[in-house]
Design a protein around this ligand. Structure first.
Ligand SMILES: N[C@@H](CCC(=O)N[C@@H](CS)C(=O)NCC(=O)O)C(=O)O
Length: 208
């Protein structure tokens, strides 16, 4: 059994979607970061610094934070969604790192300035809106491909929840047809739909 501490953010959704895809037994615990739950003493004892997501795997005794590390852990635990060797393994990790180091943090800032603090910092809005060119990178990668690497993998699971916030990035997904098709392909998966509703249902998956 795995305990998942999470909230309805892209980093949290990555892990709930992955747990659904891997078919692992888990219990989700809502850490409402808008109300400060991440700073409760009982949660800080699990995750110093107070960030979500975190998993506690009672089978192995491992407590793990950092969504990218969690996806790698789950893939190695189950032997699924990450090729064991060869170029496809390295490319899967490459795209996972692309999300962790670039796409996610950049779009997180885009949410902050473009949607939640619109009009307050025009320079930052301009900067992060221009940086949404990362969608162009993604669109180019998906040209002629169904998934980021050969088969559906943890790289897709990492990137998809960030794209699901396309409206907050002021992005018209129709301008990126390869991303749009890939996004809808994943959105149709029952596992993605279930993971999207963890720790609780907020809305249907946004449609472009
Ligand atoms: N690099 C971390 C980022 C974790 C993170 O920033 N989590 C955010 C929500 S997506 C959080 O817990 N924010 C609450 C806070 O900063 O107080 C990961 O990928 O897991």
């Amino acid at each position: 059994m795995i305990d998942l501490y999470t909230w309805i953010t892209p980093n949290g959704l990555k892990v709930s979607i992955a747990l659904e895809e891997f078919g692992l037994s888990y219990r989700s615990h809502a850490i409402d970061i808008t109300k400060g739950d991440q700073f409760r003493q009982d949660y800080l004892a699990i995750k110093p610094g107070g960030k979500i997501p975190v998993i506690v795997d009672h089978e192995t005794g491992i407590t793990l934070a950092e969504s990218g590390a969690i996806l790698l852990y789950l893939a190695e635990k189950t032997g699924r969604f990450l090729p064991r060797r060869g170029a496809a393994r390295h490319h899967t990790i490459e795209w996972l790192m692309w999300q962790m180091g670039g796409f996610g943090p950049t779009l997180g800032h885009a949410h902050y300035f473009l949607t939640y603090n619109s009009g307050k910092a025009p320079f930052a809005e301009d900067l992060f809106h221009r940086d949404t060119r990362l969608y162009e990178t993604l669109n180019a990668r998906l040209e002629g491909r169904d998934y980021l690497v050969d088969d559906y993998s943890i790289a897709d699971m990492a990137v998809w929840p960030w794209v699901s916030r396309f409206q907050r990035h002021k992005i018209d997904l129709n301008a990126f047809p390869n991303v749009r098709q890939w996004y809808l392909r994943l959105a149709a998966r029952p596992q993605v739909k279930r993971g999207y509703a963890i720790p609780h249902f907020t809305s249907e998956i946004p449609q472009p």
